[in-house]
Design a protein around this ligand. Structure first.
Ligand SMILES: [Zn+2]
Length: 200
């Protein structure tokens, strides 16, 4: 190959879910086979990089102010679902059975990987629980060790003294450690409906 081609292939290889062979196919496709697709893709990436940010309220993807969930007046502000990342939020939205709002942590506690509370979108969760009329917090985090530790931290830090707020947990019945993103909509829907009370 050529140095410039190798550089593109290398950068694509660094993306999540893209292995060596996929990176090669993508680079060939965009640079040689279908070069007409390249300019619109580069332009769309440039525009998105400038426009897409985080919703100040919940951390979901947004352009400008509030995300599409927070901007929807039909969403129930008393029901708040905490998720690890945006793909988990999208997976729950695909079930079309959750009508509350979300809070996206952008990760979970993982001391071994240097992820502490300060690295997560937690301060704004505390602020929301003070400012908003939340009566139920749904902890929709994975049921592996890091997911459990993150739930524990949230309960201890924000919910232990908040009397009258119901705390529920989903994740039971989901494949252990795989998180929500890869669960099918039906599994997620029944996990959501069967969410269990946990002590705040
Ligand atoms: Zn939002």
């Amino acid at each position: 190959m050529t140095p410039a081609f190798d550089k593109v292939r290398q950068l694509l290889r660094g993306l999540p879910g893209v292995g060596h062979r996929s990176a090669e196919r993508l680079a060939l496709h965009l640079l040689v086979e279908r070069p007409a697709k390249l300019a619109p893709l580069v332009e769309a990436l440039r525009e998105a990089a400038a426009a897409v940010g985080r919703c100040a309220r919940c951390g979901n993807l947004a352009e400008g102010g509030a995300c599409s969930v927070c901007a929807d007046p039909r969403r129930d502000p008393s029901l708040l679902c905490v998720v690890e990342n945006v793909p988990d939020l999208l997976a729950l939205e695909r079930t079309a059975s959750f009508r509350g709002t979300y809070h996206v942590l952008h990760g979970r506690l993982s001391p071994i990987n240097g992820v502490g509370p300060g690295e997560l979108n937690l301060a704004s969760l505390g602020a929301r629980l003070v400012a908003e009329p939340v009566t139920e917090v749904v902890l929709a985090l994975g049921n592996d060790i890091e997911g459990e530790a993150t739930c524990h931290y949230i309960r201890e830090s924000f919910l232990a003294t908040r009397l009258g707020t119901k705390v529920t947990r989903i994740g039971f019945g989901l494949p252990s450690g795989s998180g929500l993103t890869f669960a099918d909509a039906e599994t997620l829907r029944s996990s959501l409906e069967g969410r269990r009370d946990v002590a705040p």
